[in-house]
Write a protein that binds this ligand. Structure first.
Ligand code: UDP
Length: 319
């Protein structure tokens, strides 16, 4: 297939390009590099089935020529500090950007995959989170630019599905980590690993009793690949994540054990609306895609370790 990947220079988008190319597909990656990093695609520069276009998908119709059989949309700031810095751009890419993606898909009668998020559930009152849960989102809080952008993107995707009969798929991605995360993107995995490597205190927000469920990038990418390639179209959202839930304080102690870091844990104020618990129910993904995560947190952190070490040592490299 010839597949467009928006946000192709980002953490997940670039891994998805690799997965598609490895399976023999052709890829057109789009990115405006506002949070993406061209270094993530450097190894594909001379690949015969790969093309990169530097463009802002919010700005207008997508400049993609030739056949399009599918589009996977990864374009959005995704870390809390990135979307706090870029709130309007985040809302634009989830609305105008997704509209332009869907228009291209409609013209080509192609397949569409939206990468949505567990943030659609907000600070959930139901635990763990199944796809049927409608969420608990503060529409005017500091996270709303991301949460509501993705909720709008889901609504727009369903509207194109209902109105135009498009083949659309929606993945709700839970916390994912691994190589190519920016060391400075503020998310807890790169942040604490970078602090440990620099011998700094590990910053834990609040009392660290809030939970997350961390999925290694290879597992997540496999789930997304199966969802896009699944031969049975189904527009209902699918949770993708690792249901192994852990408190942030426990996560910090695991980072200390992994890195041999002896520095203290520094408690900092909990950001507003920080979700207290988050854990996916993945029965739908299991049943539909025969998918489940295979890589434990220990193994995933070990696999990420080398990458983060080299990024800390040479900040000019893929940090
Ligand atoms: N967090 C933390 N210390 C940090 C960065 C994040 O304790 O230096 C906490 C944050 O408050 C949240 C969790 O770690 O409860 C996960 O945060 P992240 O930014 O990775 O993603 P989120 O799941 O909030 O989108």
């Amino acid at each position: 297939m010839r597949i467009v990947v928006t946000g192709g220079a980002g953490f997940l988008g670039s891994h998805f390009c690799d997965r598609l190319l490895a399976a023999g597909h052709s890829v057109v990656a789009l990115d405006n590099l506002v949070t993406g990093n061209p270094a993530n695609l450097e190894h594909l520069r001379a690949h015969g089935r790969f093309q990169f276009i530097n463009c802002d998908i919010s700005a207008g119709p997508l400049p993609v020529e030739g056949a399009v059989e599918a589009l996977a949309d990864f374009a959005s700031p995704a870390s809390p500090i990135d979307y706090a810095r870029l709130p309007i751009e985040t809302l634009q890419v989830g609305s105008f950007g997704v509209f332009h993606c869907l228009e291209l898909v409609r013209r080509h009668q192609a397949r569409f995959l939206l990468t949505s998020t567990s943030e659609c559930y907000g600070d959930p009152e139901v635990h763990p989170q199944r796809e049927e849960y409608w969420g608990h989102v503060n529409p005017i809080g500091p996270r709303s630019c991301y949460d509501e952008s993705k909720r709008f993107a889901e609504a727009l995707t369903m509207a194109f599905h209902r109105r135009h009969g498009l083949d659309t798929r929606i993945a709700r991605i839970f916390n994912t980590y691994g190589p190519r995360m920016r060391l400075d993107d503020g998310r807890v995995v790169p942040q604490l690993i970078a602090q440990a490597l620099r011998g700094e205190d590990l910053t834990v927000f609040g009392d660290g009793s809030q939970t997350r469920s961390f999925c290694y990038v290879d597992d997540l990418i496999e789930g997304l690949y199966r969802l896009l390639l699944d031969s049975a179209p189904d527009p209902l959202p699918v949770n993708l994540g690792n249901p192994a839930e852990i408190t942030i304080l426990e996560f910090a102690t695991r980072i200390r054990a992994l890195t041999g870091n002896r520095s203290a844990i520094a408690f900092r104020p909990l950001p507003q609306d920080d979700p207290k618990r988050r854990c996916p129910v993945i029965e739908r993904a299991r049943a539909r895609l025969a998918w489940q995560p295979r890589i434990s947190l220990e193994e995933g952190l070990r696999k990420s370790w080398e990458y983060f070490q080299s990024a800390v040592r040479s900040p000019a490299a893929p940090a």
